[in-house]
Design a protein around this ligand. Structure first.
Ligand code: FAD
Length: 411
């Protein structure tokens, strides 16, 4: 083990959460070292938002987050650093101007490049005197009776620290460094996991008439149900792909499917059965294609009618009752055929992880292991597409970092 004196705070993971934790721990007066497994810290920031980095949502919505922990606890956590202040941190302290993309409600750097956010954070780390050690995957962590910790990498190098912040992320896109090893470290110090699963992940289906629609996008509303119980709903753009479904709507509802294999029902165009019925009843002698195609892409109408075993040139006024009902169901309550997800390699986040019940929500310190803190995706909190996951990483990172530093200061 190391003979050098312990550093104040060791942070495992230089992702969004670990970087914010480091900045705020250093501002709190602590000597901070971040250990990252990869040669390039913050890789997820660089690939986020299609290389543009959707840093934050334009508006805070408590219902955009999901955790098995208490919704009140989550709300309280987000109140520790309100969205306007997080935005101000980026704009005024890091000098990165953010711009709202009106149609999506997402905030991006004005330069439209994730690199700008990454660079600004790296500069902030330097300015705060944080030591960043790359290619140092923490493989083992031991807590000592004096309250200190020893951390080891695969080469048998050891490092001592008075406090540790585990910010090692989940298992999504493991090539960025978050490969689930953080869970193993947490477990070795007495924590249990809520089974991790891929979330915000494209859904898969068998090759069918639907996969032939690959590339076609459509606005939808969706509902997730399990044993006839409605679990969640939402709306947004939905994309057919050669393997199944993607786009914000599919990614947001994927979490429910991945977690408990529920049904996902879709209303095309986000219209309910009454709206479609109204359209059909006003259609007179027009063909189904003529009635539906002003509202849905022709290619899609063709496939939907094929699925309903109806002809495109079928006269609407001569539709039999059972055919009309089948069509209305397919338009407004279509059960998506799903066989699975594309897994962790393609998931934007990991659901599950360290249960919020195992941390003190006012500090994010473990209730099981004094001196150990958690932040970011390793905790059982995920958000919808739209900057919510970074918001969680920034807010929880700041809280864990400042509290760990505060814990070290004499009263
Ligand atoms: C393709 C993609 C696009 C995304 N786009 C957006 C977006 O635009 N907006 C948004 O809000 N969210 C987005 N997300 C989600 C967002 O990137 C994550 O929620 C966020 O980065 C999580 O931050 P984190 O610091 O908790 O974990 P991570 O970013 O996963 O960082 C964890 C870090 O820990 C390190 N690490 C892991 N284990 C060890 C170990 N044993 N020892 C040392 N280091 C270790 C890893 O190398 C990594 O650097 C996207 C995700 C993906 C995959």
């Amino acid at each position: 083990m190391s003979s050098s004196p312990p550093i104040d705070i060791a942070i495992v993971g230089a992702g969004a959460a670990g970087i914010l934790a480091a900045i705020y721990a250093a501002r709190g007066g602590a000597r901070v070292t971040i250990l990252d497994a990869t040669a390039k810290a913050g890789r997820k920031i660089l690939i986020s938002g299609g290389g543009r980095c959707n840093v934050l949502p334009g508006e805070f919505r408590a219902d955009a987050f999901y955790s098995s922990g208490s919704a009140n606890v989550l709300r309280r956590l987000f109140k520790t650093w309100p969205l306007a202040e997080v935005r101000s941190f980026f704009e005024n302290e890091l000098a990165v101007e953010l711009v709202l993309e009106e149609e999506s409600g997402k905030l991006f750097p004005k330069a439209n490049r994730a690199k700008v956010i990454h660079q600004a954070l790296m500069i902030a780390l330097q300015e705060e005197g944080v030591e960043l050690i790359k290619e140092w995957p923490v493989a083992e962590m031991i807590s000592h009776p004096d309250g200190n910790f020893s951390l080891a990498n695969n080469d048998g190098q050891w490092l001592e620290a008075k406090r540790v912040i585990l910010a090692a992320g989940g298992m999504s896109v493991p090539k960025t460094g978050s490969n689930g090893s953080g869970y193993r470290l947490a477990k070795s110090l007495g924590h249990e996991l809520i089974q991790p699963y891929p979330a915000l992940v494209p859904l898969t289906t068998k090759p069918s008439i639907w996969t032939e629609l690959s590339g076609l996008a459509q606005f939808v509303s969706w509902t997730a149900t399990f044993n006839q119980k409605r679990l969640a709903s939402g709306e947004g753009n939905f994309l057919f792909t050669h393997f199944g479904y993607s786009g914000p709507a599919a990614l947001n509802c994927s979490h429910w499917f991945a977690r408990q294999g529920c049904k996902i029902q879709v209303a095309w165009n986000a219209w309910d059965a009454e709206a479609w019925q109204e359209l059909l009843s006003r259609a007179g002698n027009q063909t189904l294609m003529a009635v539906l195609s002003p509202h849905l892409p022709k290619r899609f109408v063709k496939t939907l009618l094929q699925y309903c075993e109806l002809a495109s040139d079928q006269n609407t006024s001569q539709l039999r009752k059972a055919d009309r009902q089948r069509l209305l169901n397919a338009l407004s309550n279509f059960e998506l055929p799903i066989i699975g997800t594309r897994g962790f390699d393609y998931a934007e986040v990991t659901g599950g992880g360290i249960d919020l019940k195992q941390v003190d929500p006012s500090t994010l310190q473990s209730r099981r292991q004094p001196g150990l803190y958690f932040c970011g995706e390793i905790l059982d909190v995920i958000g919808d597409i739209g900057g919510h996951n970074f918001l969680w990483a920034w807010v929880s990172g700041k809280l864990a970092g400042s509290q760990a530093a505060r814990d070290l200061r004499p009263e």
